[in-house]
Write a protein that binds this ligand. Structure first.
Ligand code: MG
Length: 359
């Protein structure tokens, strides 16, 4: 499953330049007026002077006397942010916001090429709607997607194909890995470890010496393996219904009957909350406790039990169980929009073939 990471380039500064073109091409900092003010965002023209976020403003002015300083307009940035997040969510994919201008978007069952195309389309939509450039990274791991988008700024798109993660990360500074702060980085440098590739090639013993119980995690991250899923924002959390069977179930008919019941439960829950859902997913725990998930993003939000069931059945069939024993079956709905849906309930042909008709 691919993840796209989006980050608007020099967000506050870019909004100021958009709204006042006289600022274009100048070294610009958005910062408050107090003596202790720090730079909130610097334009790309200011960055060669070492002016960047969190630098005290007096220092920024020492380093770049011609720096143009404008006060922040948070209300405007929040409004622009709402427009951008509406675009991130417009295709029904789960969105995990990290800040006003930065988010992960889960690409669902998209192939690599489809995920890259999705990122390209979202970048184009943001530019058309806001005149702002957003850089994007696509990869099969959150951390890799974020490092990719950071690496192609400004106005870039960098897609890391499956299998290329380790090679992409190898030449980068070890401090780019999540969880490696300046202190750890200094300690690594003292040990002759400068790049992520240096870390990835360490043997287990050296890794344990450096990182203790955290070493397996660091080893995986250095190879671009990061299993964290996109976690949609709280207000778009999911509702689910699960059943653990007393005896493992192999019979598909029985699983289908359980899904039908769960779809009714979820439809009632959605009605209660006055929400409609655009994502439907099934969770299957096999007899050996491994978990299998399949989900589908719908072109339009749904609420009624029959449509939820049809989407769930589609997911179950795609799981390809073929009589494997199942210990637990769960159904969840997510990607909520308020209110009742319009009545057509089509599947997005880009995402999914229509489900098989009900038996
Ligand atoms: Mg940004």
């Amino acid at each position: 499953m691919f993840v796209a990471h989006f980050d608007v380039d020099a967000f506050y500064a870019s909004v100021e330049i958009r709204d006042n073109p006289a600022l274009r091409g100048k070294p610009l900092a958005v910062a408050g007026a107090s003596r202790r003010a720090v730079v909130l965002t610097a334009s790309y023209e200011a960055r060669p002077f070492g002016v960047r976020s969190a630098l005290p403003l007096y220092r920024a002015l020492e380093q770049c006397p011609q720096l143009v300083v404008v006060p922040p307009r948070m209300a405007v940035y929040k409004e622009v942010s709402r427009d951008i997040f509406a675009i991130f969510a417009a295709r029904g994919h789960p969105v995990e916001g990290l800040s006003l201008d930065e988010a992960f978007v889960a690409c669902g069952d998209a192939t690599f090429d489809e995920a890259c195309e999705l990122a390209r389309a979202i970048r184009a939509d943001v530019l058309a709607a806001t005149q702002l450039t957003v850089s994007a990274g696509v990869a099969n791991a959150k951390m890799v997607a974020k490092i990719a988008s950071d690496s192609c700024k400004p106005d870039g798109l960098l897609c890391i194909a499956p299998g290329d993660e380790a090679a992409f990360l190898a030449p980068l500074s070890a401090g780019r890995l999540w969880g490696i702060g300046p202190k750890t980085q200094a300690r690594l440098e003292a040990a002759g470890i400068a790049t992520i590739g240096d870390l990835a090639s360490l043997d287990d013993g050296s890794l344990r010496e450096l990182f203790g119980s955290w070493s397996a995690h660091v080893k995986a991250l250095a190879r671009g393996i990061d299993m964290r899923a996109v976690e949609p924002d709280r207000e778009t959390k999911s509702i689910s219904s699960e059943e653990t069977f007393e005896y493992d179930v192999r019979d598909e008919g029985r699983l289908v009957a359980v899904l039908r019941e769960q779809a009714r439960d979820l439809a009632r829950a959605l009605a209660r909350e006055d929400l409609s859902a655009q994502t439907v997913g099934v969770k299957i725990k096999r007899a050996d406790f491994t978990i299998l998930g399949r989900q589908t993003h719908l072109a339009e939000p749904i609420r009624d039990a029959r449509r939820i069931f049809r989407a769930a059945l589609h997911c179950l069939r795609r799981a390809g169980l073929r009589g494997e024993p199942v210990r637990l079956l769960g159904l969840r709905v997510a990607s909520f929009v308020p209110g009742e849906p319009k009545q057509s309930g089509l599947f997005d042909p880009q995402q999914d073939a229509p489900p098989a008709p009900l038996s």
